[in-house]
Design a protein around this ligand. Structure first.
Ligand code: CA
Length: 505
């Protein structure tokens, strides 16, 4: 089978994207011959587009032609004018509620049930929270020693992870938006992979005090070490080692058991996207997401600036007006946040996105939304909030990979699925990250970093349901601990960059 040269997503589209680099003068389809060399993933005009007229992909207006475009032209990011963002006060809610979702091949997995209920763990980890960056140096020395001397004695424990971050002091702790980083750190301390074991290291003079991080009932010498209360470095290390060992003894008793999918919480994110992301990787993730949801699991998708331009499509999928209004609120909050910084959503696409054929944020958003599949949206969360419903949930976070990750972890995800077109070796210490690429060339380039290749969809060699089912199975295998993804195998752990929209002092 000869692979097609282009992908056209929607009948209304007046552009297609190149499946591979195409030379000028190549007949593309009846009546369309390329007029320039077209780089892989970039757009080709399928008809003449007069100045000021619409450029359409995914059936939506990506922008307006800055100058007249001729049939067969390469359309790059400099040739579109961005449309105004969709209205937030006139969205329709609950008018596109799809119930006919693909059935999953299994409705169970193997996870660690938690003593306090809630979502189950996918890994068994000793997580050590901190109230301030000042303790990081000491804690890191202790963690290295713990991993060497203690961890081998407790074979059922997967890892010891310090929750180091830049928050805690030198911050406007009473600013209204300080609730965002504080909520993130509170929820991270109780992540389902930590088995309900709390261990906190504080300094003693910081603004973010232990009572802001833990519930009152959890504050005790069994769970908290304040370095300024300890006499000297050696004693600090001893105290940390002793507390860690007690926690490890308890964690070592945790056992996996067969659980329903309703105990599984999965996050979806994309990063380093290209124009294929919305045609191959993200739709296959959307298919896997629909399977998870139809099996009873909960799936989060996020990244505000990358849904903003398609928000009306999400509004239609919100189960009721209450959920829809929460969606609009989160969008407005972010519009305002960007405005205060003197920018708007057009600050989003990166040079790499553009090189990968994504002209602007509208095109990026349409591809990004595809990862949410078709399921109804049952709840909308502010950054780092934990779900109260099961099903597909919109968890508002920045789109930045390294900020979205910790926000979703704070919401309790046991695993993240990460789609990429350009490639990033991203990973998280607290939960496995399965990486899905959008093109065969990406898989060839990084065969030992990309877990699932959705490229065959772009070349017509596989369908979205085929790769989506493969990805679903991968999610179950990794969540159940029967398989390690590459980011986990190599310990590719990005720093925990906690979203702090409040001022630093
Ligand atoms: Ca991202």
């Amino acid at each position: 089978m000869s692979s097609p040269l282009y992908i056209k997503i929607n009948e209304k589209d007046n552009v297609a994207i190149a499946v591979k680099d195409i030379k000028a003068g190549t007949p593309l389809m009846e009546g369309v011959i390329t007029r320039q060399d077209i780089p892989q993933a970039h757009k080709i005009a399928l008809c003449d587009i007069p100045k000021g007229k619409e450029i359409i992909r995914y059936g939506v207006v990506l922008g307006y032609a800055v100058d007249p475009i001729t049939k067969g032209d390469w359309i790059n990011e400099n040739m579109l004018e961005l449309p105004t963002p969709p209205e937030l006060d006139e969205m329709r809610f609950g008018v596109n509620l799809v119930t006919d979702l693909p059935k999953p091949p299994t409705d169970t997995w193997e996870g660690y049930r938690n003593p306090n209920g809630g979502y189950a763990g996918t890994r068994n980890i000793l997580g050590i929270s901190t109230t301030v960056q000042c303790v990081t140096g000491v804690l890191n020395v202790a963690v290295e020693k713990m991993k060497k001397e203690l961890l081998p004695k407790y074979p059922n424990v997967d890892d010891i992870v310090p929750i180091n971050h830049a928050y805690g002091c030198g911050v406007a702790i009473n600013a209204p938006e300080a609730k965002v980083p504080i909520r993130a750190l509170r929820n991270l301390a109780k992540h389902p992979n930590f088995g309900g074991q709390l261990m906190v290291v504080g300094l003693g003079c910081e603004k973010f005090t232990v009572d802001m991080l833990l519930d009152e009932a959890d504050i005790s010498p069994d769970n908290v070490i304040i370095l300024q209360d300890v006499k000297g470095f050696e004693a600090m290390i001893d105290a940390l080692m002793n507390m860690a060992e007690k926690k490890l003894q308890i964690l070592n008793e945790r056992k996996r058991e067969t659980l329903p999918l309703s105990d599984l919480l999965v996050g979806m994110q994309c990063g380093g996207s290209d124009a294929f992301s919305g045609a191959s990787a993200n739709p296959s993730a959307g298919y896997a997401s629909d399977m998870l949801v139809s099996g009873g699991a909960t799936v989060l998708f996020s990244e505000v600036t990358e849904v903003r331009d398609g928000v009306y499509l999400l509004g239609e999928r919100c189960i009721n007006e209450e959920v829809g209004k929460r969606l609009a609120e989160e969008m407005k909050w972010y519009d305002n946040y960007l405005e205060m910084g003197g920018v708007d959503r057009s600050a989003n696409p990166t040079p790499g996105n553009k090189k990968g054929g994504l002209s602007n944020i509208v095109e990026k958003a349409m591809g990004s939304i595809a990862k949410s599949g078709t399921s109804p949206i049952v709840e909308v969360l502010s950054p780092a909030e934990t779900p109260t419903k099961k099903g597909l949930i919109y968890a508002a976070t920045p789109a930045s990979d390294i900020v979205c990750g910790p926000s979703q972890l704070a919401s309790g995800i046991g695993l993240q699925v990460f789609m990429t077109g350009r490639g990033t070796p991203y990973g998280l210490a607290i939960a496995p990250v399965i990486k899905v690429c959008s093109r065969n060339e990406m898989k060839e380039q990084w065969d030992d970093l990309i877990d699932v290749n959705a490229g065959p969809i772009a070349t017509g060699d596989a369908t979205i349901p085929e790769i989506g089912t493969l990805l679903f199975n991968e999610i179950i295998e990794v969540a159940s601990g029967r398989k390690q993804c590459f980011a986990e195998k190599y310990k590719l752990h990005n720093d925990l960059c906690i979203f702090n929209p409040a001022p630093i002092t």
